[in-house]
Write a protein that binds this ligand. Structure first.
Ligand code: FES
Ligand code: FES
Length: 213
């Protein structure tokens, strides 16, 4: 069996007299590059367009008409646009937050036809005719929704990043009747994470609102 690979004490191979050293390689390529630049032969950067004068194809878009917080909007969006981006970037409704943008945290929760959804995972173009409710749409005539008020009274937030999603989700949890016990509320609010760990007070706020206190 050959010992060539395992002999760590062997000296490194030396370059033959005719092989180019790193120093001569760099010197040679520098000279060649300089000549090419001087004679205008340097390669141009790759063109973005394949044909002269042709613009890149715009991404496919669609028109969608939907109601958000009772107001009808008709917009043309890239087919890949999420409901969250439609709300935040096209309609300037920034209450729903982009946390994970992957359906894992619930910060983007809104109601679509009364059901809570992760808006980051919902394609806007599929919502033709839908009714969307965001945190901005919960107040009535300048009065906070009872659950918004309960969050304040229970001090159910710290940084507040998760709070819009928690409150929207909480309104659905109450409407669905999943408020029989703190454990049940926890279970049905488990899609909404709070990195500040305010779960105890969030559950109390939902309980308080469900009880009409
Ligand atoms: Fe949508 Fe986290 S941002 S679930
Ligand atoms: Fe900070 Fe919930 S209050 S993440």
């Amino acid at each position: 069996m050959s010992t060539e690979l395992s002999d760590s004490t062997a000296p490194p191979p030396t370059e033959s007299a005719s092989a180019p050293t790193r120093r001569t390689f760099i010197a040679t390529t520098t000279v060649i590059g300089g000549v090419a630049l001087a004679s205008g032969l340097a390669a141009a950067p790759p063109a973005l367009a394949t044909e002269e004068g042709s613009a890149a194809e715009p991404p496919p878009g669609s028109r969608v008409s939907l109601k958000v917080n009772g107001v009808r909007h008709t917009v043309t969006v890239d087919n890949r646009t999420s409901l969250l981006d439609l709300l935040r970037e096209h309609l300037d409704l920034t209450g729903a937050k982009k946390g994970c943008n992957a359906g894992a945290c619930g910060a983007c929760t809104v109601l679509v036809d009364g059901r809570r959804v992760n808006s980051c995972l919902t394609l806007a173009v599929r919502l033709e005719g839908a009714e969307v409710t965001t945190i901005e749409g919960l107040e009535r005539g300048g009065r906070l929704h009872p659950l918004q008020q309960a969050f304040i009274e229970q001090d159910a937030f710290q940084c507040g990043f998760c709070t819009p999603g928690q409150i929207v989700s909480g309104t659905a949890c109450i409407a669905e009747g999943h408020t029989g016990s703190p454990e049940e509320i926890r279970e049905w609010m488990s899609g909404n994470l709070c990195r500040c760990g305010c779960y105890l007070k969030i559950v109390r706020a939902v309980e308080q609102t469900a009880d009409g206190k």
